[in-house]
Design a protein around this ligand. Structure first.
Ligand code: ADP
Length: 440
């Protein structure tokens, strides 16, 4: 039995027991003791006989009729003094008896009633009570029927609960197994539950979470692999350089030695630059780098263009009324600077920066050049760390393939998007066109 069903079982049983008591007490209070009611129904024939045959006798024949009934009935009828009968009753029952009512004694299978209130039936009849004992009352049977009724109700409740809880329990066990497998390192473990399953929403979220974790782990693995690969090249060059330096120190003179040292310094600078970029990216990932504060976009963009290295010319078209952006100015401008740097690096000489507000209120910043552009198939991948379109050409230009990854993360931290788009026909420069969109 699954644990879920066991709990439901206990709960349903407790609820039905509580309901039974509640029903008994409510009915007793409102309509009198239900057990007495059952007894009255079972003794209806004897009551009928008394009220419609014996009581309807002419005044002096009442006792005669009672005796006739005594002869044929299995019920024992006896007459006893009112005071004696009342003494054995509760005060409420004694009062009822006194008023001429019929008092039922369920446990004794008996009822009592005064012969009459005015002494018409025989002399002294007002002081006597008729007690009928041995009535065909069987409360146990009535109770058994009642219990059977409740048992059927419980069963009718428990069977669907059992079926439902079985499916639910299996689903939960599947989830637990997936969580265990995932925790044990099998990152491809998924619940893949049918949409009709009761815990489908939970399973679906868990699968989404697992997808994301798997992707992150994969990205981390690739990153680690790329980092070690990138670092190995300058380190190998440094080792080689040191080796040469050792032999050259003994044989070669000043200028040749100097050239080797300069080359090695360049390698160290490259390592340093790589480490700085990597650290920057790690800080973006952890979200620590963000310092939000509203700033004017237009002057920030102009300052960013002005800060480009000398000799780089950028055409700037900034629409009026760009207004404020709530974000980290330094981070966003770093993303724009990366795009401008790339446009200058990979373009043929012309760079265009366009900034305007879209019809939906979004801020659109586009950086465009007249270079070879980015093939449609590569457009999603260029934002992955260390990804380069042409590694031999790009390595020569000094990039690690981290600039776009950093820009992408910086924009995403602002709730925006960075994508490569097709240039506007006739208007654009024909090369790559990177577009930042920020929520308005
Ligand atoms: P890198 O430091 O190598 O420039 P990025 O992440 O900035 O790294 O760019 C990744 C790759 O995308 C580059 O190596 C280059 O191949 C390509 N790329 C980026 N910008 C442009 C551009 N404006 N035109 C053509 N290719 C580009």
């Amino acid at each position: 039995m699954n644990r879920l069903f066991f709990r439901f079982f206990v709960l349903v049983m407790l609820a039905i027991t509580a309901a039974t008591f509640a029903i008994y007490f409510a009915i007793s209070r409102l309509y009198g003791d239900p057990l007495e009611d059952i007894a009255r129904r079972q003794a209806a024939a004897e009551v009928f006989l008394l009220e419609h045959y014996i009581d309807r006798a002419p005044a002096d024949e009442w006792l005669v009729r009672l005796n006739k009934v005594r002869e044929v009935s299995s019920v024992r009828y006896e007459l006893l003094p009112l005071a004696q009968a009342s003494a054995a009753l509760s005060s409420a029952d004694a009062a009822l008896l006194q008023r001429g009512g019929m008092v039922f004694r369920v446990a004794d299978k008996a009822f009592l009633r005064r012969v009459d209130l005015s002494g018409q039936r025989y002399i002294g009849s007002e002081g006597e009570v008729l007690r009928a004992e041995g009535l065909p009352i069987n409360i146990a049977q009535a109770l058994q029927q009642e219990a059977l009724r409740y048992a059927i109700v419980a069963l009718a409740l428990l069977i669907p609960i059992a079926l439902w809880s079985r499916a639910h329990w299996r689903g939960m066990q599947t989830l637990a197994r997936v969580a265990d497998e995932f925790g044990a390192g099998r990152l491809s473990a998924r619940a893949r539950m049918a949409p009709g399953a009761s815990i489908y929403p939970l399973a679906e979220r868990m699968d989404h979470m697992a997808d994301r974790i798997e992707r992150l782990m994969e990205a981390q693995r690739t990153l680690l692999h790329s980092v070690s690969h990138e670092i190995r090249t300058p380190i190998a060059r440094l080792e080689f350089g040191l080796e040469l330096l050792r032999t050259a120190a003994a044989t070669e003179a000043g200028p040749a030695l100097e050239t080797r040292i300069v080359a090695m310094e360049q390698d160290v600078r490259e390592l340093n630059a790589l480490m700085t970029e990597l650290l920057g990216m790690a800080r973006l990932d952890s979200g620590q780098a963000m310092q939000r504060q509203p700033f004017e976009l237009a002057p920030a963009l102009r300052a960013c263009v002005a800060a480009q290295p000398a000799g780089q010319h950028t055409e700037v078209r900034i629409a009026d009324g760009l207004g404020l952006v709530d974000g980290d100015c330094r981070l966003l401008m770093r993303a724009v600077a990366n795009l401008l740097g790339n446009a200058a690096k990979y373009g043929a000489g012309r760079v265009l920066l366009n900034a305007a507000r879209g019809s939906d209120g979004q801020l659109v910043i586009a950086v465009e050049d007249d270079g070879p552009g980015i093939p449609a198939a590569e457009r999603a991948r260029v934002f992955a760390p260390f990804y380069r379109l042409d590694s031999s050409r790009d390595r020569a230009s000094g990039g690690f393939g981290l600039g776009l990854a950093i820009a992408h993360k910086a924009v995403a931290l602002h709730g925006g998007s960075l994508a490569v788009e097709d240039g506007e026909p006739g208007v654009g420069l024909g090369g790559a066109r990177f577009v930042i969109r920020l929520p308005g």
